[in-house]
Design a protein around this ligand. Structure first.
Ligand code: AMP
Ligand code: ZN
Length: 475
C-alpha cells in the first residue's frame, strides 16, 4: 500500500511520491523551536508528530534527510535577551540544550541537520539580494527590506497558496515589521530589519545596512541551502500556515521561480483541559513540569501520539494517567513474552507454528500509511496484545513463538517509538548476573549464587525463583 498524506497545498489526501527520480530519497524540513523559553507540551505535540512522519517514511522504505532549524534570532528572543541582560548566545544556548534533552527524552529521532539561523546570515543576505534583483523586494524609508506582495503577484506568482486570502482589504505598500500578524492584516513583510537601539549589539552588517533577518526568510534560506530549491515535505503546527509558511513560499518561489515544497503537512493544536494553554490559567506545561508530577516522557509521548495529527487534541492529566495504564498493558504482555523466550515453559503443549502468532507490523504499517491513522494503529497494537495474552493463557506460546512475537513488536516499535519501560526492565548487565546465578545454582555452588544475589541487591534488583524460572524486580 502506498503512503497517503494530507497536503495542505492541495487541501486533500494525496499519494506520496518523492521528487527523487529513483523514488528513494526524501527531504523533510520541520520548523524548529524558537529558543527563548522551554518548549511546552503543545510544541511537543508538533515535534512528536514530525517524528512520526519521519519514522513512517523510513518504515515505508524511504531514505529520509530530516532537517529541523533552530530559530536563534527573532523578535521575542531579542526582547528576552534585553530583559535578562544577557548575551544572545548564552540565552539561546541554554534553551537549545534543554530542547534537545527533551527531544531525546521523548524518543524523537534526532534530525540529521539542525541549522541555526545565526550561522546562515550569508545565505539569508544572498537570498534577499536575489529578491531585490528580481524586483520583488525593496528597501523602505525605515531602512528595512520588505517583500512586495503586489510585485510578486504582478509576476504571475500566487500569494495565498496554503489558505484563501482576501486582498480587497489590502492597501498597496502597507508594511508589517513584526514577524507575527493576522491574515486580516496581510501586508509587505520584513526580510531584513534595520538595526534599532533596542537591538543592542545584536546585528549583522549587510549590503542593506546593519540589521538582522526576519523570521520567515531564515527558514527559506536554511531549508533551500540544506535540501535544495525544491524539496518534498515541510511540516509545522497549523498556526504556522500563515504568515510563516505562506511567506516562506513567496520568498523561495520569488527567488528561484521553482516550486518550493511538494507536500505541506500541518499538525493541529493541542488544548489543555479544553482551553488554550496560558501561564495565567495555570494550564501551561513543559515536559519538565509533567516529569515533576511523576509522569514519564514515555507516557507523554504515548499520549501525544494517541490522536490523529489533524485533530485538535485535548490534553488532560487524567489522559496521562490513562497513558500509564495503556502502556502497562503493553509492558505486561511483553514481559510475559520475554519470560517465555528466556526461560521456556516446559509444560507448554503448543501445536501452533510461529506463523500462527498474530502479525502486528503489517497491520500497523497499513494504518499509518493511511494519512498516519494512529488510532487504527493503536487498535492494531491492543488487538495483538489481547490475542497474545489469550495464547499465553491457553499455554500455546512456546519460546520460539515468544521470540517471533518480540521481534515483530520491535519492528513495529521502530515506527511508534514508545520503547521499553526503563523502570521495569532489567538492563543486560543485570540479566547476565541473574543468568550467572542460575548457572551457579545448577552447579550447586550456592555460595556463589548467594554472592550474586547480594550483588544484584546492591545494584537495586531482587531475583525471585518460581517454577517458571526467575523473575527480576526493581527494589
Ligand atoms: P515555536 O517555538 O513557537 O516557533 O513553535 C514550535 C512549534 O510548535 C511550531 O511548529 C508551532 O506551530 C508549534 N506549536 C505551538 N503551539 C502549539 C500548540 N498549542 N499545539 C501544537 N503545536 C504548537
Ligand atoms: Zn520555519
Amino acid at each position: 500500500m502506498a503512503l497517503k498524506l494530507f497536503n495542505t497545498l492541495a487541501r486533500s489526501v494525496q499519494e506520496f511520491a518523492p521528487l527523487d527520480p529513483a523514488g528513494k530519497k526524501v527531504g523533510l524540513y520541520c520548523c524548529g523551536p524558537t529558543v527563548y523559553d522551554f518548549a511546552h507540551i503543545g510544541n511537543w505535540r508538533t515535534f512528536v508528530f514530525a517524528d512520526l512522519v519521519r519514522r513512517t517514511l523510513e518504515f515505508s522504505g524511504y531514505d529520509v534527510k530530516h532537517v529541523m532549524n533552530i530559530t536563534d534570532i527573532e523578535d521575542k528572543i531579542i526582547q528576552r535577551v534585553r530583559e535578562n541582560k544577557t548575551t544572545l548566545r548564552e540565552f539561546t544556548g541554554k534553551f537549545e540544550t534543554a530542547f534537545l534533552d527533551d527531544l531525546k527524552a521523548l524518543n524523537c529521532k534526532e534530525p540529521h541537520v539542525k541549522p541555526h539561523a545565526t550561522e546562515y546570515i550569508a545565505e539569508i543576505i544572498s537570498l534577499i539580494e536575489k529578491l531585490v534583483a528580481r524586483g520583488v523586494a525593496y528597501k523602505a524609508p525605515d531602512g528595512s527590506v520588505y517583500f512586495s506582495i503586489a510585485k510578486y503577484q504582478g509576476c504571475g506568482c500566487h500569494y495565498g497558496q496554503l489558505l484563501k486570502l482576501n486582498f480587497d482589504e489590502m492597501r498597496a505598500g502597507e508594511r508589517v515589521s513584526s514577524d507575527e500578524y493576522e491574515k486580516e492584516s496581510v501586508a509587505d513583510f520584513a526580510l531584513w530589519k534595520a538595526r534599532v537601539p533596542d537591538d543592542g549589539d545584536i546585528f549583522w552588517p549587510s549590503p542593506f545596512g546593519e540589521g538582522r533577518p526576519g523570521w520567515h526568510i531564515e527558514c527559506s534560506a536554511m531549508s533551500m541551502k540544506v535540501l535544495g530549491e525544491s524539496f518534498d515535505l515541510h511540516l509545522g503546527g497549523e498556526d504556522l500556515k500563515f504568515p510563516h509558511h505562506e511567506d516562506e513560499i513567496a520568498q523561495s518561489e520569488g527567488a528561484t521561480g521553482k516550486p518550493f515544497v511538494k507536500y505541506w503537512l500541518h499538525g493541529a493544536h493541542l488544548l489543555v483541559e479544553g482551553k488554550k494553554m496560558s501561564k495565567s490559567l495555570g494550564n501551561y506545561f513543559t515536559l519538565r513540569d509533567l516529569v515533576a508530577k511523576g509522569f514519564t516522557a514515555r507516557e507523554v509521548r504515548y499520549l501525544l501520539l494517541t490522536a490523529h495529527y489533524r485533530e485538535t487534541f485535548n490534553f488532560t492529566l487524567d489522559g496521562l494517567t490513562g497513558a500509564k495504564s495503556a502502556l502497562a498493558r503493553i509492558d505486561e504482555c511483553l514481559g510475559k513474552l520475554r519470560d517465555i523466550a528466556a526461560h521456556g515453559r516446559p509444560e507448554s503443549q503448543s501445536q501452533i507454528t510461529p506463523g500462527e502468532v498474530p502479525f502486528l507490523k503489517e497491520s500497523v504499517a497499513i494504518s499509518l500509511q493511511d494519512d498516519l491513522n494512529i488510532s487504527a494503529a493503536w487498535a492494531n497494537v491492543f488487538e495483538w496484545v489481547r490475542s497474545v495474552n489469550r495464547l499465553i493463557v491457553e499455554n500455546k506460546i512456546k519460546p520460539e513463538h515468544a521470540l517471533y512475537a518480540l521481534k515483530d513488536w520491535e519492528t513495529t516499535d521502530s515506527v511508534l517509538g514508545i520503547g521499553a519501560n526503563a523502570a521495569a526492565e532489567a538492563p543486560t548487565e543485570i540479566i547476565a548476573l541473574a543468568d550467572a546465578r542460575t548457572e551457579a545454582k545448577k552447579a550447586k555452588d550456592f555460595k556463589r549464587a548467594d554472592a550474586i544475589r547480594d550483588e544484584l541487591k546492591a545494584k537495586g534488583w531482587v531475583v525471585e525463583d518460581s517454577p517458571k524460572g526467575i523473575k527480576l524486580k526493581k527494589l
